[in-house]
Design a protein around this ligand. Structure first.
Ligand code: NDP
Length: 257
């Protein structure tokens, strides 16, 4: 049982698969009692199953609340906090993880719908959720202040051909995160960014529009990270003593540079 997590309320976006799902599980494993977990995504059936999986893993000590939330939908984001039961609104940790890449194409050929989807999800969604939750953290004076943990990508550091817009969304994440950290430097709120390299999740399948064989081919010559590898780092970052911020961290599989 991790004392530092006792009594905390955590929100994870994009918890229906991959890194978000593993992060929710890792928080629950780390603090199997006295924790409130708000797990969000569009696929509610997956979230309900995750809530069941966490209950089977750690018992009833963790309260898990599945919430349908499309971060690219401004109305969903605007209504998020007020839509929570009162006992889940005092949020301590927000993990801004929801995101996606669409297509492999040179810039002139990227479908505008895909451009909008990536920007709306990875950029507007992350900024919107930050704006939705920050007032709770800023208002808190009695116990801690809060952590905002943004999942960026190596793509935000080193752009590559065929993914210009996805890379741009992750570069935007980094700029936003860094500026926010400066703005909040006098507060006790910690702004954390975790940038994974290649992770084996459903990410590639969505990128290839559901073509599993193309997605699998991308892992042929390498051993990617697992979602659990990244989740462990996220929980590690949240668990540092209050004066320490794991500000901006790259996590890579050993073959990647
Ligand atoms: P997955 O596809 O497994 O998970 C993505 C999650 O995001 C799902 O839970 C999905 O849920 C959610 N999501 C997508 N769009 C929305 C939306 N509009 N509103 C709410 N939730 C949404 O991929 P990963 O776990 O790999 O991706 C998680 C994060 O990690 C992303 O930000 C990604 O960019 C980043 N990343 C991934 C890497 C990789 O190699 N896999 C490398 C570097 C960074 P649902 O569809 O149910 O809404």
């Amino acid at each position: 049982m991790a004392e530092w997590l006792a009594g905390k309320t955590i929100v994870v976006t994009g918890a229906s698969s991959g890194i978000g799902r593993s992060t929710a599980i890792e928080f629950a494993r780390t603090s199997p009692r006295d924790l409130k977990l708000v797990i969000t995504a569009r696929r509610v059936d997956r979230l309900k199953q995750l809530a069941e999986d966490i209950k089977n893993l750690v018992g009833d000590g963790v309260q898990v609340l599945p919430v349908k939330l499309d971060v690219s939908n401004p109305a969903d984001v605007a209504g998020f906090l007020d839509g929570l039961p009162a006992e889940f609104r005092d949020i301590d940790i927000l993990v801004n993880n929801a995101g996606l890449g669409r297509g492999v194409a040179r810039a002139p050929d990227i479908a505008m719908d895909d451009v909008r989807l990536m920007l709306d999800t990875n950029v507007h969604g992350l900024i919107g959720m930050t704006q939705a939750v920050l007032p709770v953290m800023l208002a808190r004076s009695t116990h801690g202040a809060g952590d905002i943990i943004n999942v960026g990508s190596i793509a935000g550091r080193e752009p590559y051909a065929g993914a210009s817009v996805y890379c741009a969304t992750k570069a935007a994440t980094k700029s936003f995160t860094q500026a926010l950290r400066q703005e909040l430097v006098a507060s006790r709120i910690r702004i954390i960014e975790i940038d994974p390299g290649q992770v084996k999740t459903e990410f590639s399948e969505h990128r290839y529009y559901g073509d599993k064989s193309k997605a699998e081919a991308g892992y042929a010559d390498c051993e990617p990270l697992t979602a659990e590898d990244v989740a462990e780092l996220i929980v590690f970052a949240a668990g540092r003593r209050e004066n320490v911020v794991v500000a901006d961290t790259l996590i890579l599989p050993n073959h990647q540079f």
